[in-house]
Design a protein around this ligand. Structure first.
Ligand SMILES: Cc1ncc(COP(=O)(O)O)c(C=O)c1O
Ligand SMILES: Nc1c(O)cccc1C(=O)C[C@H](N)C(=O)O
Length: 500
């Protein structure tokens, strides 16, 4: 079933596990799951990395991994790319910088970053010249702000969310202090208007921009919010910022490889991302940045006449003109485009898993990834809703509810589920026991993200069955504890009822 044929109705009827398996059978990305190493339940339980136990009890049973929003799983082909890098380094030494090898999956080290940028560009909807593969998200954010946050006496504020990912908050705050300004005055923090709501609406963002239009120098927002899973309307908000002459940058940590981005056409000024979530490149993997071409032109004539001729930035030799990079001169002329914002020699080893992962994205294509993602997340939502409504019909209270926006246009793969207070620990323990991997954000949120490249509809089904039961068990335990152990009280565990 390739997205277009699959309506929400088709999914809506798949309430039994057999029907979930049928959805898997017609999933047009199913051939890509074997590209990934899915940990087994035994892998997760073992205290060692390699199997030493003779028990086969869980050996063949895959865990249910719905945590690609935090750390994506390992593509099988990444080991081959890393091994080719090790071989090239071992057998060619410094010559590996410049020579291509017929039997290698990786290009010469000196232009491995260019090859990665070429393959990355379609994932974010950019021209190749607008993408650089480099550093970490936080470091790139600093580099971008060094170039794009140029406060003046009149325009000095940065608008961001009050609950931005901490690294973004720290980066913004430190940039403001770096310019000798006071974060109390210069940081405009947006909070949800309604205390019941976790999300910030587009109209609220626009109104905040209007309110601070004359004094704002920069806006920084997440493409997809890490906690709530809300997908911001990048195009509309960017256009609104520009209508006031304000520069806007986007943190795409949770958007890249998740939703279809069109950064060039949306006229985004700059964006930064990491590659260890939906891009599956490994813990702390090399990040990336986008700079719109309109900001990265190099005027050689102006440079020749003694003017700067390019946008100010924190420079290093790897951002310098390639024709003269190895002449070791002291006059910096940047490469036109995002590559001109590079600082040092990017880690070739770190780029190998990225190349491996991007090969899989090229086979899949972003539109197909997003289509399956919409279907899976809708399916997850529907099963969750069905189990809570079944429970409330049975006279039980709601144990959890979804805080991610309900419209598919306003979310990516992730659903964030808020639990009744006091249930999180018990629920997470039960999920771990059952070999289910999702992540928690204390005090009461569980984030669940089916990754279309390797997850299946039956895993989503299994998750909801296990999760719903885990919530009931945790509730029952909590009630029993509060009423005294061993007494009658507590909700009776009726088991999971979707298949009724
Ligand atoms: C939204 C967001 N921003 C920033 C970061 C920080 O990224 P990094 O540690 O790669 O700099 C992360 C992830 O850790 C994130 O989820
Ligand atoms: N980088 C992480 C780590 O080293 C340990 C645990 C989590 C992470 C994460 O990246 C978290 C992730 N950015 C988030 O959205 O919460």
């Amino acid at each position: 079933m390739c997205s277009d044929q699959a309506s929400k109705d088709t999914i809506g009827k798949a309430y039994t596990r057999e029907e979930a398996l049928q959805l898997d059978g017609s999933d047009c990305l199913r051939h890509l799951r074997p590209e990934f190493i899915i940990p087994t339940k035994d892998d997760l339980r073992r205290k060692t990395l390699s199997s030493q136990s003779t028990s086969t009890e869980f050996q063949e049973e895959f865990c249910v991994y719905l945590c690609g929003n935090s750390l994506g799983l390992q593509p099988r082909r990444s080991a081959g790319h890393v091994s080719d890098y090790m071989k090239a380094w071992a057998t060619k030494g410094v010559l590996g910088h410049f020579k291509a090898h017929q039997d290698s999956t990786i290009p010469p080290f000196v232009n491995i970053d260019d090859v990665a940028a070429q393959q990355m560009a379609p994932i974010v909807g950019a021209l190749v010249s607008e993408v650089a593969v480099m550093e970490t998200l936080s470091a790139n954010l600093h580099l971008m702000m060094a170039s794009f946050y140029r406060p003046t006496e009149k325009r000095y504020k940065i608008i961001l969310e009050g609950k931005a990912f901490p690294s973004d908050h720290y980066a913004v705050e430190s940039q403001i202090r770096h310019h000798g300004l006071d974060p109390e005055r210069a940081m405009i923090l947006m909070e949800p208007l309604d205390s019941d709501q976790a999300t910030i609406t587009t109209s609220q963002v626009m109104a905040t921009i209007d309110q601070h239009a004359l004094t704002t120098a920069l806006i920084l927002l997440p493409g997809i919010q890490y906690y709530t899973g809300q997908y911001f309307d990048i195009r509309t908000i960017t256009a609104h910022a520009h209508s006031h002459g304000i520069t806007i940058g986007w943190d795409l940590a949770h958007a890249v490889g998740n939703v279809e981005l069109q950064l060039h056409d949306w006229d985004v000024d700059f964006a930064v991302w990491c590659s260890y979530k939906y891009l599956n490149c490994g813990p702390g993997a090399i990040g990336g940045l986008f700079v719109h071409d309109k900001h990265s032109q190099v005027d050689r004539e102006a440079i020749g006449n003694g003017h700067e001729g390019y946008r100010p930035r924190l420079s290093g030799w790897w951002g310098g003109d390639k024709a003269t990079r190895f002449q070791m001169g002291s006059h910096f002329v940047p490469i036109p485009g995002a590559a001109g914002f590079q600082v040092g020699n990017p880690c070739a080893l770190a780029i190998c898993p990225l190349l491996a992962s991007l090969e899989i994205f090229a086979i899949a294509s972003m539109p197909a990834v997003r289509s399956k993602s919409i279907m899976m997340t809708n399916y997850l939502e529907e099963l969750l809703q069905r189990s809570t409504s079944t429970a409330t019909q049975d006279g039980m209270e709601e144990l959890y509810w979804i805080i991610t926006p309900r419209s598919t246009a306003e979310r990516g793969a992730q659903l964030s589920i808020r639990l009744q207070p006091g249930l999180l620990e018990g629920v997470m323990m039960e999920l771990e026991e059952q070999g289910v991997v999702v992540d928690e954000r204390k005090p009461d949120v569980v984030r669940v993200a089916p990754a279309p490249l390797y997850n299946t509809f039956s895993e989503v089904w299994d998750f909801v069955a296990i999760f719903d039961l885990a919530c009931r068990k945790a509730k029952s335990k909590k009630t029993n504890n509060s009423q005294g152990s061993g007494l009658l009280g507590g909700t009776e565990d009726k088991g999971w009822s979707l298949i009724k």
